[in-house]
Structures are given as structure tokens and as C-alpha cells.
Design a protein around this ligand. Structure first.
Ligand code: BGC
Ligand code: BGC
Length: 746
């Protein structure tokens, strides 16, 4: 087939744009070999589109890619890849499985295999062919924002779980249903070293002796290859200064040579553009290093033309293109996408059977995984909960399915602004507890702020990290700084009400204060849509078997911890329900707590702990969402979603508040002059800034410095108000003590 294809069609097989950057017309013209939906992409621009729309788009693109070609060129149907990293969670109603860190805690590869199979079926419902999962990163520095995508810090456990997911998704190599009905193409990612970067910085550099690095970070790959994984994704990180996308010695020498991988290597989101000397639309280096498919979300046409030119002028030997194309076609062949039996997406098994999304048997597997992943770190005897008890359930996370699901859930970052209405058929942790309490003859009351009229027998406090994905989750230390849970626990403690903490997090964190203030403490990770699995453990309906797949830190520093030294709870720790041995009082000292509060209020797309944003009295979690006439959405400044665009309606206002000292420094962009009056208020004073903003408008990103010279006394925050529609974007808000008398500037 390859020999009958034109150079243009061959190169197109190696290019993978994202769904919101091209249409069927372009597909018919170029015949992209594959395409993806990004974490923020949905069919026809709607992230929350019903499953039928996903399938409609799959059909539309398939039809466009299979139109007859002149000169008897072979017709090569396109294929669609997605990040179903914890279930098919870009799609509303899909089963949301716990993230990998939790699956590591189950220690149960058979369960992971079932999760893979259930996920594959749900993917097929929407006509999609290919899953960019499993992540087989071995996270060794838990400050990394993708730690939760890692099964364990232990390479062997990662290898075992990764291979199990591959088998669940693709079927067993050689089995009759391999890549057949209920199976999709899997991807082991990100090759390699993603979990080993310096200080856990996402996409950073991994340093050290190459054999030593391989003995940790490359361990899962031969095992995944043995399990039949058809594709491997190159990693964003560098190794000893060389970006993986351009690292021929590792991408070809090690992966093909030593490990014998014969499938295809796909790039990560514009990852090739990070190679020295490359741009996203011009990068022969990646193909030459061993990449087969460029993931190039928005610049497919430009990349296509540069690659074609580079083959024509001899920069790229055509044989290298042919080799890569053959790999793509071979996988399509294996997946049944080529030849006379190939079917349009909607005609394939499971396609269009929408009731299979989130179907009961899949949710049962997820619930089982939740129960098996709960790790009990402390229990002074309050667990299992007594039948008939009156239980108070506190914490804003308790009834937030989005928070329990974490990142890569409906949107790329996920987030509490996704209310429970976005999750039909799902059960929050609170709802699971309520049902179990009633079944036991007792009662449960939800009270996010912990207030009550009737004194409960016991309080369950659900709290933890708010969702994040990729670099937005990178941290400088492992302190769990948000004190909402701690304050609730201490309040109950003062009132003599025993407590159980349910801690939601994408990594182990320093929670000594919370552990001290709780009678029982459960590391619940990111359980997903089947919150009832938490109650299964709390009430003792199921035995507690979850064991830590990561070492849990004794101090808050966040230095890499991969072994018993410095661990409060070592790898493998997890109590059974009858283990009530006292934990003892833990040291609550933490250097990071003594200094001045974080000076950055909003940076890299994250609102810092303790800082809140609101509009017209409505909370905007992580500075996103809608309220009081203001819409705040994530936009890209330097990186994906590292800034926010605020669209103000008439007579609306936006407030950011918290504790801090010194001037406010705001990096902002005002595309157009204000149509009405704009004021900034802090403390007692309100300043009309219309004129200053008019001057700043249209000049791109700038810094606004607000000192006492124009604000008067610094209050606990700022309010920006306007009487007419206004667009205003923010990339950073910081506090800093400036020399006395510093003027305000815009
Ligand atoms: C991530 C990958 C993901 C890809 C497509 C990248 O930013 O690193 O894990 O598969 O985007 O969404
Ligand atoms: C996309 C993700 C991708 C990320 C890369 C986001 O905008 O939605 O799929 O992984 O960018 O940084």
C-alpha cells in the first residue's frame, strides 16, 4: 500500500491534529492519518457534547477520509485518539475510574484489566479507536503535577499495572478478540523519564547516569511491549539536556533496538516543537530521531508542507517516511480499520449503544476499585462506623464529584466548577455515605461548613486537593496548605465529636496537622464517579486492603522520597479495619508555614491556597466559572490555561481576597478601552481607574502595580467593578512589599 501512495498522502499519515482545528473539508483534502481530541476539546466545539455528537464527528471524519482518490491511490481511513486515562472521561456519563495512583494502591492487576476492558467498550460507544493510556510514569518526586497518573514510585508495580491496562484495552496478544470488539489501541506513555525530572517539574530535565535512569523509568516499557502495546508516546521531558522527541539514541536505539518495539511512536502535544532548532510546524529532527506521528494540535497544514518539502529536498530520506507510514498502516490493519471489512465508526460493535456509557457493570468495577484503593493511615477505633450512628458529613469536597475525579475529567484540568449535574449516574462520596448510613439504621447529614442543629455521633470530613492536570499541578513542597479541613477537624475536636478524615489527593502530602486532629484518616486519592466505594470501607461492608504505592512523607519539604527513610508511612503501608494501634502525636513543625504567606495569589493558572476569587458574591473556584455577571475562563498566555479571561457584564464586579502584605502586582491584558467606568477598591477606598485603563488598553500584557499611593490602606483583597461590559485578562496576581511612596502604575 505504501508504494502506491503519493508523498503527500504518506506524510499526512504522520500528522495528528486536534478536532477543533480542522473540519471535514480539510480532512478530505489532506487525509490526516489520525486526529485527537485534547483534554479541552469536544466535537463541534462543545466539551460537554452528548455521546451521539462524538460518534457523529467520528463518522464525518471517516467519511471524509474515505472519499475516492485519483490515480488508484489506496484509501486509508483515519483514526481517532483520546485521553481516556481514567475511563472515557472526556465524555459526559462515562464511568470515571480512580486515577492510577489509587489503582496502584489496590495492587490488583486483574481489576486494572477489567477497567481497561470497560474503558475500551465505552470508547467504542463513541466511535473512537485509540486511547493514549496507560501512563507508565514512575513518579519519583511527588511535587510533580502528574504524580496521580503514576501507579507507583516502584517501577515493578508500575510495569505490572501498565501491562494489565494494556491487556484490558487491547485484549490479550494472540487472543481472538485482540483489537476486536470491545477493544481499542493502547499507548504506553511517556517514553521515558517523565516521572524523574529535577524537582518534579513537568516537562523538565532528568539527570543522571543513563543506565541508572533506565533501571527506574524505562522498566515498564519492555513489559508493556511484551503485553502487546501497539503505540508508545514520546515524553516532553529531556534526559541529560536532550528533549526525548529528538533523542535518536533513546527513541530508536533503546526503544527499537534494545527493547525491540515494532509498533508506532506518537509524539506528545507539540512536543516536537521543543526540540532545539524546531518549531511546531518545522521539525524534520523528530522524524529522524524515531518519531512516527507528530501530535500537532493546531499547525497540521504548515507541518505537512514543510515535511513534504524536506523529503523532496533530501533532508528526510523517503525510506524513513515509508517506515513510519508502514507502522501506522500496520496498526490500522490490526485494528480492523483497513480492507474490505472495515466499517464506518457507527457501524462497529458497541458504537451508538449509549447506555453502555456508565453502564452498571462498569460502575460496579469502579466502585470495587475505589474500595480496594482506600488506604487507612490512622484508626483510633472509630472505624468501621457503628451501625445506627448519626453522622455529620462536612467539607465542600464531600458532595463534589468533580473534586473526587481530579484532572482529566470532562475538561483537561477538571475542577469543582463542574457541578454534579455534569455527572449523570455518578455517586458522590456524600451520597454513598448517606445511603450506607440509612441502610445501617442511622442517619447522615451533609453540612459543608460543619454546622449542625443536632449533635452528631461522629463527623466525617472530606477535604483535599482541588483538581489539576500536568504542570498546573506542580508544587514547590508537599504541604497541604488549604486549612478548610483542618479547621473543621479542630472544631469537632473541641466539641468532643470524633472524626474521620477522607483525604482526596493526587499524591501523598504532609498532613501531620490533620492526622493529629482526626480519630481516623483515610487516603482516598481521586476515586472518581463511584463515591460509594468509600462508604464500603468506612462502614466495613468490605475489608480494607488498600496499601500505599508511594512513600508518605514525614515532613513537608517535598524532597524526593522513595523508600522508608524519611517516610511517615512506608510503601506498602495500609491498616486493616481492626488495626487500631495508636499513631501517636506527629510533629506539626513545617518551615514553609513559618514564613510570610505565599506572595503569589494567582500564578501558572492556579489560585494559591487560602486565596479566593468571587464575582457578585459567587465563588469562582480557581478563578474560573460564572457568577454575578462575570464569566471567568481559562486562556493560554505562555502555556495552556495559565491565564484567565474575565468577561464583565454591566454593573458587575470581581473580587480576589486573602491574607498578604504589600502592593498588588497584576499581570493583565485589556484588549479594548473600557466602555464605562471602572473602579478598583481595596479596604475603605474606591479608586476610579477608567482613565488609566483607557491608556493601557490594546497594548498587550502589562503589569499593574497598586500601592497605597492609589489604594489607601491595603485591604484583604481587591474588587474590580464596572458599569459597562468589559474584557479583562489576568495572568498573575502577586503581593510584594515595595519601597514606601512607590506610585501606582498601570
Ligand atoms: C499530555 C499527554 C496527552 C496529550 C493529548 C499532552 O499534553 O502530556 O499525556 O496524551 O496531551 O491530550
Ligand atoms: C489540551 C490537553 C493537552 C494540553 C497540553 C491542553 O490544552 O487540552 O489535551 O494535554 O493542552 O499542554
Amino acid at each position: 500500500m505504501v508504494s502506491r501512495m503519493s508523498l503527500e498522502r504518506k506524510v499526512a499519515q504522520l500528522i495528528q491534529p486536534q478536532i477543533n482545528s480542522f473540519d471535514a473539508e480539510e480532512m478530505r483534502e489532506y487525509r490526516w492519518g489520525s486526529y485527537l481530541n485534547g483534554g479541552n476539546g469536544g466535537p463541534y466545539g462543545d466539551e460537554f457534547a452528548p455521546a451521539s455528537e462524538w460518534l457523529r464527528l467520528a463518522d464525518e471524519m471517516w467519511d471524509a477520509s474515505t472519499q475516492p482518490l485519483p490515480d488508484g491511490e489506496p484509501i486509508i481511513p483515519t483514526m481517532w485518539g483520546t485521553d481516556a486515562v481514567h475511563g472515557h472521561t472526556n465524555v459526559v456519563q462515562a464511568t470515571i475510574f480512580p486515577h492510577n495512583i489509587a489503582l496502584g494502591a489496590t495492587g490488583d492487576p486483574d481489576l486494572v484489566r477489567l477497567i481497561g476492558a470497560a474503558t475500551a467498550t465505552e470508547i467504542e460507544v463513541t466511535g473512537i479507536d485509540w486511547n493514549f493510556s496507560p501512563t507508565v510514569a514512575v513518579a519519583r518526586d511527588d511535587r510533580w503535577g502528574r504524580t496521580y497518573e503514576s501507579y507507583s514510585e516502584d517501577p515493578e508495580l508500575v510495569a505490572q499495572m501498565g501491562a494489565a491496562l494494556v491487556e484490558g484495552l487491547q485484549g490479550k496478544k494472540g487472543a481472538e478478540d485482540y483489537l476486536g470488539r470491545g477493544r481499542v489501541i493502547a499507548t504506553a506513555k511517556h517514553f521515558f523519564g517523565d516521572g524523574g525530572t529535577d524537582q518534579g517539574v513537568d516537562q523538565g530535565d532528568v539527570n543522571g547516569d543513563i543506565d541508572a535512569l533506565k533501571s527506574i523509568h524505562a522498566v515498564p516499557y519492555p513489559v508493556a511491549i511484551e503485553a502487546g502495546v501497539e503505540t508508545i508516546m514520546a515524553s516532553f521531558n529531556s534526559i541529560n539536556g536532550t528533549k526525548m522527541h529528538g533523542n535518536e539514541a533513546l527513541l530508536t536505539g533503546v526503544l527499537r533496538g534494545e527493547m525491540g518495539f515494532e509498533g508506532l511512536v506518537v509524539g506528545d502535544w507539540n512536543g516536537h516543537g521543543q526540540i532545539a532548532g524546531c518549531t511546531v510546524s518545522d521539525c524534520p529532527q523528530a522524524l529522524m530521531a524515531g518519531l512516527d506521528i507528530y501530535m500537532v494540535p493546531d499547525d497540521a497544514v504548515a507541518l505537512h508542507s514543510s515535511l513534504v518539502a524536506q523529503v523532496r529536498d533530501g533532508t528526510i530520506p523517503e525510506a524513513r517516511v515509508d517506515e513510519a507510514v508502514a507502522r501506522v498502516l500496520r496498526i490500522k490493519q490490526r485494528a480492523g480499520l483497513l480492507g474490505p471489512d472495515a466499517q464506518r465508526p457507527s457501524a462497529r460493535p458497541n458504537a451508538g449503544e449509549y447506555d453502555k456509557l456508565g453502564m452498571a457493570p462498569h460502575r460496579a468495577v469502579a466502585r470495587e476499585a475505589v474500595a480496594k484503593s482506600q488506604v487507612i493511615l490512622k484508626n483510633d477505633g472509630v472505624l468501621p462506623l457503628k451501625p445506627g450512628a448519626d453522622i455529620l458529613v462536612a467539607g465542600v469536597a464531600a458532595d463534589s464529584i468533580a473534586q473526587a475525579a481530579g484532572g482529566w475529567t470532562l475538561t483537561w484540568q477538571g475542577g469543582r466548577e463542574l457541578t454534579n449535574d455534569y455527572f449523570p449516574g455518578a455517586t458522590s462520596i456524600w451520597a454513598g455515605i448517606e445511603e450506607a448510613a440509612q441502610e445501617s439504621g442511622g442517619s447522615a447529614t451533609l453540612s459543608a461548613d460543619g454546622t449542625f442543629e443536632e449533635r452528631p455521633d461522629i463527623a466525617i470530613v472530606v477535604f483535599g486537593e482541588e483538581p489539576y492536570a500536568e504542570f498546573a499541578g506542580d508544587r514547590k513542597n508537599l504541604i497541604f496548605a488549604d486549612t478548610e479541613g483542618l479547621e473543621l477537624l479542630r472544631k469537632f475536636e473541641e466539641q468532643g465529636i470524633p472524626t474521620v478524615s477522607v483525604f482526596l489527593s493526587g499524591r501523598p502530602m504532609w498532613v501531620n496537622r490533620e492526622l493529629n486532629a482526626s480519630d481516623a484518616f483515610v487516603a482516598s486519592w481521586l476515586p472518581g464517579s463511584e463515591g460509594a466505594g468509600v462508604a464500603d470501607i468506612l462502614f466495613g461492608a468490605k475489608a480494607a486492603t488498600g496499601k500505599l504505592s508511594f512513600s508518605w512523607p514525614a515532613n513537608c519539604e517535598g524532597n524526593p522520597l522513595n523508600g522508608p527513610d524519611g517516610a511517615l508511612f512506608a510503601l506498602g503501608y495500609g491498616r486493616s479495619l481492626d488495626d487500631t494501634a495508636p499513631l501517636g502525636d506527629l510533629d506539626e513543625g513545617c518551615g514553609f508555614l513559618d514564613g510570610a504567606p505565599a506572595a503569589d495569589w494567582f500564578v501558572n493558572g492556579r489560585l494559591s491556597a487560602g486565596i479566593s476569587a468571587s464575582a457578585g458574591g459567587m465563588d469562582l473556584p480557581n478563578l474560573r466559572g460564572e457568577g454575578g455577571g462575570v464569566v471567568a475562563r481559562g486562556i493560554d498566555r505562555n502555556r495552556q490555561e495559565d491565564a484567565r479571561e474575565l468577561t464583565f457584564g454591566p454593573d458587575s464586579s470581581f473580587t480576589v481576597s486573602g491574607e498578604g502584605e504589600g502592593a498588588y502586582i497584576i499581570t493583565y491584558n485589556l484588549p479594548a478601552a473600557p466602555a464605562g467606568t471602572v473602579t478598583i477598591a481595596s479596604g475603605e477606598r474606591t479608586e476610579d481607574v477608567t482613565r488609566r485603563m483607557t491608556v493601557a488598553a490594546g497594548k498587550g500584557w502589562r503589569e499593574m502595580v497598586l500601592t497605597e499611593a492609589c489604594l489607601g490602606e491595603f485591604g484583604d483583597g481587591l474588587t474590580i467593578a464596572t458599569n459597562a461590559p468589559l474584557q479583562f485578562s489576568i495572568a498573575q496576581i502577586s503581593r510584594s512589599t515595595l519601597p514606601e511612596g512607590t506610585e501606582c502604575s498601570f
